[in-house]
Design a protein around this ligand. Structure first.
Ligand SMILES: [Zn+2]
Length: 343
């Protein structure tokens, strides 16, 4: 069995439509009262949006129901699905802990509650029947104030048993107004010895060369090979890996045709920049990791050899994978059959 690593998946976008529907049916049926049946809900939930903003709006629907009480319910189903249907050996799960705390509390009370969220997510992800190695990436958010984002970095540093890195999310067109602040926060995270990634160069409005040197990996980054290929040698030199999430760009209207990604892969391979293929929001898209792989092959964007290179890169760039190679190679070494001895 081939085993895969997933480096870019949001907790909010990980809930597959069927699980969310069942949850609403049981607990808050008023939220789905306008849908006559499951299929119309699924259509609404997974349909293509016109912009990244519109797409991110949908996340708030799930964030609201992911609370201290319900997180274990959703995470159990997420890890079970990832193990059974996606053959994941390794999963980095990302989210903004502040957005899972009760909205009616003050900012400082909500900051105080974030530790509990990290612990709950960490404990709920360890399921003995579905032994995936998991770790968390805590996302700072473009709409949250500096104090909250700094507290998220501190929280990551204080919970290394559960957290492997920090990220920034919330729409890459909004960082420009506070660029100095983001540079400062990333610099601070690196000074604490944290790994870093960030949603940048996803859309044409989200290109900030000033942030690139602060990131170990780049969340999306597809506009670099598409619009600024002259930056690729620097990325290669810094050993930065792009987390490319093919279905996202269609769902957000960033790309019109998935075949536009061929240039992304071709230019990165040529420049020696690694790519990890990821899902971003496997539930929201209803597209799991093996189908992301299959789509890229079907549209001749990559070949099987390149796919394997990307799958290997995902393990190499994983922040908390404890081995130095992917499990298929480990198993291959361990399970070589002994030669049969005939008596
Ligand atoms: Zn993302």
């Amino acid at each position: 069995m081939a085993l895969y690593a997933e480096l870019h998946r949001h907790l909010g976008g990980s809930v597959v439509p069927r699980v969310l529907w069942r949850y609403f049916e049981r607990h808050s049926s008023e939220l789905i009262s306008r849908f006559t049946e499951y299929s119309s809900f699924e259509e609404f939930y997974t349909r293509k949006r016109n912009t990244l903003d519109e797409y991110l709006e949908l996340h708030t629907l799930v964030e609201k129901v992911q609370t201290v009480k319900t997180l274990p319910y959703f995470i159990y189903r997420l890890v079970r699905g990832a193990y059974i249907f996606e053959n994941l050996a390794y999963l980095e799960l990302r989210y903004t802990p502040y957005l899972r705390t009760p909205e009616d509390l003050s900012q400082s009370e909500r900051i105080g509650k974030m530790t509990e969220i990290v612990e709950i997510v960490g404990k709920a992800s360890q399921i003995s029947e579905y032994p995936i190695i998991t770790s968390q990436i805590l996302c700072m958010h473009s709409r949250l104030p500096y104090e909250v984002n700094k507290a998220i970095v501190d929280l990551a540093a204080q919970n290394r048993q559960y957290v492997c890195a920090i990220d920034v999310a919330g729409g890459d067109s909004y960082y420009g107004e506070r660029l100095e602040e983001w540079v400062q926060l990333y610099d601070y995270a690196l000074s604490l010895g944290l790994n870093t990634t960030g949603h940048v160069y996803e859309t044409t409005a989200g290109c900030y060369p000033q942030l690139l040197p602060y990131m170990n990996r780049i969340g999306h980054g597809i506009q670099i090979p598409l619009l600024y290929p002259e930056l690729l040698p620097e990325l290669a030199k810094r050993n930065q890996c792009l987390e490319v999430c093919p279905t996202t760009y269609i769902k957000t209207g960033t790309l019109e045709d998935i075949r536009q990604l061929k240039l992304v892969f071709d230019r990165c391979f040529a420049a020696g920049v690694d790519i990890a293929i990821c899902t971003d929001n496997a539930g929201l898209h209803n597209v799991r990791l093996p189908f992301e792989y299959e789509n890229l092959l079907t549209y001749d964007i990559i070949n099987f050899e390149q796919l394997q290179a990307c799958q290997d890169a995902a393990f190499r760039h994983a922040f908390a994978w404890p081995y130095n190679q992917r499990p298929a190679s480990l198993l291959h070494g361990l399970l070589q059959p002994e030669p049969l001895i005939h008596s």
